[in-house]
Design a protein around this ligand. Structure first.
Ligand code: S3P
Ligand code: PEP
Length: 430
């Protein structure tokens, strides 16, 4: 399993010859599409998912749910349909490198009758799973993990999960909590989940989970910090309108900032379930001007790029792009609060320290982040470590440093297969 990753595609990033100016229309949010698929699979009736993300993470999620007996039709260009059916094994699920699949799908498999095996890419086996495996066990699920606590997993479902109370240390990933909450309405006793440990990262992703659960008819209480209560009950099928992916837009916004240009994310909604305020606050601190009107969300470069001292724990998936901007800024930066991204697609703190350092930036690696001192940068070949967001970071550096190459740009297919072409179109004005 996992052998179906795309062939590596070496790529030289285009250098910017002037300010970029464009409206980009990006596909739907990865996080919203994954949640919509799971909630639709667990619902009492059919659902439609409009403007989903069609990328490796979401098509593998669809395939995994299909393997469990759910009719997921992804042939529509603009909308997918999901018709739930009895959940059953035996089945195998390829998680690829997707945290959303390896954390959201095992609780669904626990509700199936039969054995379900999960495995993924070589890098996926390094990603943490133990806390969610142990929480599922404490809720009555028969589940095996590898000796290191991760993939491959074997879930032996009986068709029901007792549920009830569970304690988890979710400091390693908010997805441990989201994964349990999404399936919890279908547990016989629902779920009272309590986090104990260092802070849970990615609070906006937890809010997205509880918003979407409520939108599907679940009763959820999150009024007590670090405790989530989900009542047992049926979920409703519905129409999900997926917003453009804000994290996927980050490198395009960064291009506006590096070149003193302007990029508009078209189709941006007035009210969003993604952390728009946190992201725009961060880009503003780095020197951008941000505005919103009926055309979408626009980020303008001002000609200045400032270093920042920032806790990125709420938007940790943006760390690679923010680190690239920091390396091009007019003063040093400290990026903190993201120890857990050592368990993302790769150890992003180590990977950024190595690649930015080789390119000429001064980098000090800390357990939970990086200090970055801009320096004269030189063209290097960036190792992308199978990580789409390392590729985004390299592309941002490449705008300013002619000849910056990537060992592989095909890894961007995880969340945006069109990335190389969209990027080239933006930079060259095509
Ligand atoms: O639930 C989600 O959709 C996500 C939660 C976050 O995970 P972590 O809390 O592990 O950072 C985020 O980084 C990831 O890209 C997507
Ligand atoms: C951390 C990320 O992904 P995943 O959902 O695989 O955890 C990411 O997309 O930056």
């Amino acid at each position: 399993m996992g052998a179906v990753t795309a062939e590596p595609r070496p790529w030289t990033a285009p250098v910017a010859t002037g300010p970029v100016a464009s409206a980009v229309r990006l596909p739907g949010s990865k996080s919203m599409t994954a949640r919509a698929l799971v909630l639709s699979a667990l619902a009492g009736g059919p659902s439609e998912i409009r403007r989903p993300l069609r990328a490796r993470d979401t098509t593998l999620m669809a395939a995994g749910l299909r393997a469990l007996g759910v009719a997921v039709d992804t042939t529509g260009a603009d909308a997918w349909t999901v018709v739930p059916g009895p959940l059953r094994g035996p089945a195998t699920v390829d998680v690829g490198l997707a945290g959303t699949i390896m954390r959201f799908a095992p609780p669904v498999a626990a509700l199936a009758e039969g054995t379900v095996t999960f495995d993924g890419d070589p890098h996926a086996r390094n990603r943490p799973l133990r806390p969610i495996v142990e929480a599922l066990r404490s809720l009555g699920v028969d589940i095996d993990a590898s000796p290191s606590g991760g993939l491959p997993l074997v879930v032996r479902g009986t068709g029901t999960v007792g549920g009830g109370e569970a304690v988890i240390d979710a400091s390693g990933s908010s997805q441990f909590v989201s994964g349990l909450l999404l399936s919890a309405p279908r547990f016989a006793k629902g779920l009272v989940l309590r986090h104990e440990g260092p802070p849970v990262p990615s609070a906006p992703h937890l809010r997205m989970t509880t918003h979407m659960l409520r939108a599907a008819g679940a009763l959820v209480d999150e009024s007590v910090p670090d405790v989530w209560t989900v009542e047992p009950g049926a979920l409703s099928g519905r129409t999900w309108d997926i917003e453009p992916d804000l994290s996927g837009a980050a490198p395009f916004f960064a291009a506006a900032m590096v070149t003193g240009g302007a990029v508009t994310l078209a189709g941006w909604p007035r009210d969003s379930w993604q952390p728009a305020g946190v992201v725009t606050g961060l880009l503003t601190a780095l020197g951008a001007e941000v505005s919103q009107d009926e055309d979408g969300l626009t980020v303008r470069g001002t000609g200045a790029l400032h270093g920042i001292d920032a806790d990125l724990s709420e938007v940790s998936e943006l760390t690679p792009v923010v680190a690239a901007l920091a390396a091009l800024a007019d003063s040093p930066s400290a990026l903190r609060g993201v120890a857990h991204i050592r368990g993302h697609e790769t150890d992003r703190i180590a990977a950024l320290a190595r690649e930015l350092g080789r390119a000429g930036a001064g980098v000090v690696e800390h357990p939970d982040g990086l200090e970055i001192t801009p320096g004269p940068l030189r063209a290097t070949t960036w190792e992308t470590y199978a990580d789409h967001r390392m590729a985004h970071a390299a592309a941002v550096i490449g705008l300013a440093v002619e000849g910056t190459a990537l060992t592989d740009v095909a890894c961007t297919s995880k969340t945006l297969p069109e990335f190389p072409e969209l990027w080239a179109g933006l930079v060259t004005g095509g």
